[in-house]
Design a protein around this ligand. Structure first.
Ligand code: GLV
Ligand code: MN
Ligand code: MN
Length: 419
């Protein structure tokens, strides 16, 4: 085992976490799965090694904490506000090993580096349980619970096997009626500071290892359903068809066209057809839609145009168009004092005289939920070719070393400002 808190330790722990996967050939770890539980167990042990007391909260998030003076302390202890460092431990299907996990492991390494340092706040580390929304469509479930924004309407959202969120809670050993216990009190928090790979090409193009985040794009997700009529592929002339898949295909290309005319992003990432047989005209198509915009107003205006296009295509093709919203998170502005702390951390770690680069994040992060209860700041690390949500996701160990210094320096800069 490499020495805790070093760059090598961080890289090795990100490798270790790939073992906790639902698939032998790929990394997939979703909310409330056995792999989620195993990852929490691994992370708990590393938190203990770093001098933190630990606890799993009522939504399956794993927390660690030390008091301002440095001694391990029960997470969530009131009376001494905490700076929270962390990220998420869940993944998309066939994921890379750094999206989320790197931020959790870096946070533990920073806590270890500062274990003998007296701070003007308690320090907590969190591994959020669901940022991606892979299993239930609704994203940020872990941080929504921690920020007191749990909506009981989510309990009936089901995964691909029909297991509802409520059932999954029970199977994991969590009590649905206790989920409110995970909510953090704003008075007990100093801020939430997350390190994450950029998941885009900007830092690499500028030849920079690190940047700070200015804002996080607002997001909405939907399930779109097109219903036509399943009939015989040979016996049904074109004039008699109500083909749900052809209508859905028109909608997919229209969505891209509409989004390209704005500064928003729209993605249809999944499309399922029923009954799904070679000689049956598709009677039903279900599509997912992921929308992101720098502003919530821009994103919402695009959605109105997409919904209108869906209705228009449905009218023309004799099918019906319905939609269900599964996720919504507002665009989030990072807090000036955390931006300053991160920027000064970057400047110190990179020893450059030029100003650190600020970026907006089209990717979603737990800070979007945590913003409801505390200030949010983010440190971005360069990743190769901007690739993420793919097994080729890669960060250079050298950049991770610089990030570790910058993250630690950012916490100390904030401590100086507050203390
Ligand atoms: C999370 O990675 C998201 O932006 O969907
Ligand atoms: Mn992420
Ligand atoms: Mn992700």
């Amino acid at each position: 085992m490499t020495e805790i808190g070093t760059t090598e330790w961080v890289m090795a722990r990100c490798d270790d976490l790939t073992r906790h996967s639902a698939r032998p050939d790929a990394l997939e770890r979703v909310y409330l799965s056995p792999e989620h539980s195993a990852a929490n167990t691994a992370v708990r042990a590393w938190m203990l090694d770093a001098g933190l007391d630990t606890e799993t909260d009522a939504a399956g998030n794993i927390w660690g904490r030390r008091a301002a003076g440095g001694t391990p302390q029960r997470p969530g202890t009131p009376g001494e506000p905490a700076l929270v460092l962390g990220s998420h431990l869940d993944t998309v299907p066939d994921a890379g090993r750094y999206d989320g996990m790197l931020g959790v492991v870096l946070a533990i390494a920073v806590a270890h580096r500062l274990r003998d340092t007296i701070l003007p706040f308690a320090l907590e580390v969190v591994g959020f349980s669901d940022e991606e929304g892979t299993r239930f469509g609704k994203a940020l479930l872990g941080s929504c619970a921690a920020s007191g924004q749990w909506d009981p309407a989510w309990w009936d959202q089901a995964d691909a096997d029909g297991v509802t969120l409520r059932e999954a809670f029970l199977r994991f050993g969590l009590a649905p009626d206790r989920v409110g216990d995970a909510a953090r009190n704003p008075a007990d928090l100093v801020g939430y500071l997350e390190a994450h790979i950029e998941q885009g090409p900007v830092l690499e193009a500028q030849d920079l290892p690190l940047g700070y985040v200015t804002t996080i794009a607002g997001a909405r997700r939907f399930v779109l359903t097109v219903t036509g009529e399943a009939r015989h592929a040979g016996g049904t002339p074109f004039a008699r068809r109500r083909d749900a898949l052809v209508a859905a295909a028109h909608l997919v290309t229209r969505i891209e066209e509409l989004a390209r005319a704005t500064d928003c992003l729209a993605t249809v990432g999944d499309l399922r057809v029923e009954p799904g047989a070679v000689n049956v005209i598709p009677g039903r198509a279900e599509l997912t839609l992921d929308l992101r915009g720098r502003t919530d107003a821009g994103r919402d205006a695009l959605w109105e145009r997409i919904a209108a296009a869906g209705r228009e295509i449905a009218d023309t093709r004799g099918v019906t168009f319905e939609h269900t919203e599964t996720h919504r998170a507002p665009s989030t502005t990072c807090a000036p004092r955390l931006i300053e702390a991160v920027a000064s951390g970057i400047a110190e770690a990179t020893a450059t005289t030029s100003d650190p680069l600020g970026l907006w994040s089209p990717a979603g992060h737990d800070g979007m939920a945590m913003d409801a209860v505390t200030d949010v700041g983010m440190l971005f690390l360069r990743c190769r070719d901007g690739i993420s949500h793919h097994p080729d996701e890669h960060v250079d160990a050298e950049d991770v070393g610089v990030a570790l210094d910058a993250y630690t320096a950012a916490v100390l800069a904030l401590a100086k400002e507050i203390g």
